[in-house]
Design a protein around this ligand. Sequence first.
Ligand code: SF4
Length: 382
Amino acid sequence: MTTTNLLEFDLEGLAAFCERLGEKRFRATQLFRWIHQRGASDFGQMTDLAKSLREKLATTARIEALPVATQQESTDGTIKWLFDVGDGNAVEAVFIPEDDRGTLCVSSQAGCAVGCRFCSTGHQGFSRNLTTGEITAQLWFAEHFLRKHLQRNERVISNVVMMGMGEPLQNYSALVPALRTMLDDNAYGLSRRRVTVSTSGVVPMIDRLGADCPVALAVSLHAPNDPLRDDLVPLNRKYPIAELLEACKRYLAHAPRDFITFEYCMLDGVNDQPEHAKQLLDLVRASGVSCKFNLIPFNPFPASGLLRSPQPRVLAFAKVLSEAGIVTTVRKTRGDDIDAACGQLAGDVKDRTRAAERMAERRASGRTIVLHPVTATAPQEH
Ligand code: SF4
């Protein structure tokens, strides 16, 4: 009999599921806490639930993480997981520990249809949207794995960034319940400002997100004018920069004390010249959008034909913006030894396919999946 994976639900969805089982809605809150706060996957553990409910759940529901194909840990503590999502597809999540926070970078799609030039995921094409459960499962697994791994009783992941594989706003209906679970005090209880959706600029969905769930917004800008952005981020042909900036302004009306983070991947000789910095400055000043910039060192991959900007040029670019009063950071590269840095999250398609084939072989042979590293180069996410 087919069972329902309860990771597919936010609290409201779980309450509706409980009602369908003939149970009171408040049971859902207890169940939700067991699943997300305590990491339970066995209904037998949930001793404060009525036995009759546990029996119903045992025949109708399950709590199931994604199979882990590989896990790699960097010397700097960064951990990257490759999850099998079936049919030869795999997605990645990365945990990045820092002194004052633990950030999980989460994927929303297997592949991506946007096709940004500097992004290895984009070069691999689109396979499919992840379900809500597959998005939530990355956090559920990582949080509870890390508590055991790091021997911590309290929350390990304090921030989530939807910056892994895929364009989250092209998978909106699955994304929003997953975001609500991240924010829910009965689950992860993350503050709205500690959950970031990163988009390449799907304008209508920026408006919907503002109305439905105004978490922090990062926008992959990467160019200061339309001709250049049309080339780097093809979605710009549909939603040009002026429309995108207007959408950013409308978004901030839902969260007036917030700002937009503009991501800008520094590409040697392409978008990293002093005149680009000047244009960028004029652009954001004229838009009136409260913003900060995050300059990202490009992680080259052969098919892109692009190179990383030299560090002095990145710093000079940052100086132009910061001297004009715009907070500008240069992203630190983390997890280099396991290819978990920004723009490396999706993995080389051959490596991902090999990993998925290995998993399929193991499933076919009934053997357990063992964790072991693969050599992967990863996706340039927004
Ligand atoms: S940068 Fe983001 S939107 Fe662009 S192709 Fe990569 S995953 Fe898709």
